[in-house]
Design a protein around this ligand. Structure first.
Ligand code: NAP
Length: 270
């Protein structure tokens, strides 16, 4: 029922860059919204031809796009938010729902541009949103009912959703959005190791990626602690524990934790 209602809604994505494009693709792939109900904007639209071919509307006119839409997804860089908000504030109404995926810009900062009581959410997805496998953290300022359901439901089509306090938004950026890059670096290193012990690159990539996918699914589907699953693989005096301990002696967990904290400190400082 809700999906039926939602399918008639129209979405504008302001900022057709990496994330905006990934969201547009994820939304259409999920079948949740028809491509012709999405407009994606940027100043130089020539890079959006592939989306236009899929039936998504593209535009360089933010104001016109907002007037067409029910939901606005703000996907520009942090320093561009102010200009965009000033540009669209006169055409925003109480009926609009504004969702910002912009890192480090608070709901209060966005709301300070508003002339009406438009509902403002922050969402922190990651680039796996393009294949509907995002981890998206959402925060809001006491919004409930249909508008919250509307936003939750949309991101639920694009992966997993968790509602968090806004003060954890920077932490969610690191663990969820930067986390994609950390995980990919892990996979790349595993591939390099795999090639050194005998696999060609293509086979090593498949084995490493599917193995990480399986490990993640083991945790998600069983709810087990990672160490519980690790215990099943580590035969006493075996090769797994020998490899794991060598990684730990070289600072594996420590460097990951330090990387997470370094990313977090960088967000907090800039
Ligand atoms: N990438 C991620 O994994 C990720 C994850 C979570 C959140 N985020 C956040 O998402 C935001 C976008 O990141 P991104 O990686 O997609 O950046 P990006 O690739 O640089 O995309 C930003 C886009 O905004 C467009 N733009 C700039 N000014 C505009 C305006 N006035 N009107 C309409 N469009 C405009 C730019 O195109 P033109 O120059 O042609 O206008 C560009 O395509 C950032 O705030 C980032 O912090 C990113």
């Amino acid at each position: 029922m809700f999906i039926k209602v939602f399918m008639n809604k129209r979405i504008v994505i302001i900022g057709g860059g990496n994330l905006g494009t990934a969201i547009a693709q994820g939304l259409t792939k999920s079948g949740f919204i028809q491509p012709q109900h999405i407009i994606i904007t940027k100043r130089n639209v020539s890079t959006l031809k592939h989306l236009e071919e899929e039936g998504i509307m593209v535009s360089n006119n933010n104001r016109e796009a907002v007037q067409y839409a029910d939901m606005i997804l703000l996907c520009v860089k942090p320093f561009q938010v102010s200009d965009v908000m000033e540009e669209i504030k006169n055409v925003l109404t109480e009926k609009h729902v504004l969702v910002s995926v912009v890192t480090g810009v608070s709901i209060e900062q966005i709301s300070s541009h508003l002339l009406t009581k438009t509902a403002v959410f922050r969402a922190m997805p990651n680039t796996a949103i393009a294949i509907q496998e995002s981890m998206t953290c959402i925060s809001h300022d006491r919004i409930s009912g249909d508008q919250l359901k509307y936003v939750e439901d949309m991101f639920n089509q694009l992966g997993e959703v968790v509602i968090i306090d806004e003060k954890l938004m920077d932490a969610s950026t690191v663990l969820g959005a930067c986390g994609i890059a950390y995980a990919l670096r892990f996979i790349r290193a595993a591939i390099q190791g795999g090639i050194q012990i005998g696999f060609d690159a293509k086979t090593a990539t498949l084995i490493a990626a599917q193995t990480v996918k399986g490990a993640a699914e083991l945790l998600i589907q069983t709810g087990h602690h990672p160490e519980q699953e690790i215990d099943k693989v580590t035969t006493p005096k075996g090769c797994t524990i020998a490899g794991l301990n060598e990684m730990e002696h070289r600072g594996f967990s420590s460097s990951l934790i330090r990387g997470v904290v370094a990313s977090y400190n960088k967000i907090a400082k800039d």
